[in-house]
Design a protein around this ligand. Structure first.
Ligand code: MF3
Ligand code: CO
Length: 236
């Protein structure tokens, strides 16, 4: 899983470098597919329930599961890039949100709060805590900065499959839920909205957008609980 995670991290770094005004989301997808192949890994999203691409690219009011296509990123956009890969039977799954050129102050604050909320959640991923401690830390951090947390989509167990039964909501009560034990691996993925937490799915059957069409950001890491605390597997 460490190796799978590192491959995902490399792909995201390459995509971050290429995410500039004028590039299409399909070009980002093609680059991701190429790197994953070079690394002898398999894109886990492609074919998952019929999903057509190696990455999800979700622009502005799109929250998650945006399908790459001919859309060109523009100055001022924010784009969430989500990547999954399988290496030697194990999965890695991670996402970042990137600003294109000069972005609004609000967009910048949203991105920082979402990355910060993920970091707060990860910090709780240690033995002796429970899932609810992670959920609560994410929600507290997000809402204290004035943003809403998406409720219908959440973190998940991951390992030999991309989605394993454990669910990790991005909101909830501390001290509740399954206990965290060494060896547990999950993907944490807070999605924060500028306006309402409510979502809609577009007619393509995949793209999740904010109901009020205000901005949303998304960060994700695959994390292991160890005796010594959290280990981020999708880091370089
Ligand atoms: N990171 C997303 C998730 O954890 C990836 C799923 S996209 C899909 O749910 F296309 F593969 F469904
Ligand atoms: Co995920």
């Amino acid at each position: 899983m460490r190796q799978a995670g590192r491959i995902v991290a490399r792909v995201l770094e390459a995509l971050r470098e290429r995410a500039h005004a004028g590039i299409t989301t399909a070009e980002l997808d093609a680059l991701a597919a190429k790197i994953i192949k070079q690394e002898n890994a398999i894109p886990s999203f492609k074919g998952y329930r019929g999903y057509p691409a190696a990455i999800c690219s979700s622009v502005n009011e799109e929250i998650v599961h945006g399908i790459p296509g001919p859309r060109r990123l523009q100055e001022g956009d924010i784009v969430s890039i989500d990547v999954g890969a399988i290496y030697k039977g194990y999965h890695g799954d991670a996402a970042i949100t990137v600003g294109i050129g000069q972005i609004s102050e609000e967009a910048q604050r949203l991105i920082e709060a979402t990355a910060g909320a993920l970091a707060e959640g990860i910090a709780q991923a240690r033995p002796g805590n429970r899932i609810g401690d992670i959920s609560h830390a994410i929600q507290e951090y997000a809402e204290s900065r004035g943003f809403a947390v998406v409720r219908e989509y959440m973190g998940h167990g991951i390992g030999r499959q991309m989605h394993e039964p454990l669910q990790v909501p991005n909101f909830g009560a501390a001290g509740h839920g399954p206990p965290l034990k060494p060896g547990l691996t999950f993907a944490l993925e807070p999605m924060l909205n500028v306006g309402s937490w409510r979502t809609q799915v577009l007619a393509d059957g995949w793209t999740v957008v904010t109901e009020d069409r205000k901005l949303s950001a998304h960060f994700e890491h695959t994390v292991a609980v160890t005796e010594n605390g959290p280990e981020i597997l999708t880091a370089l």
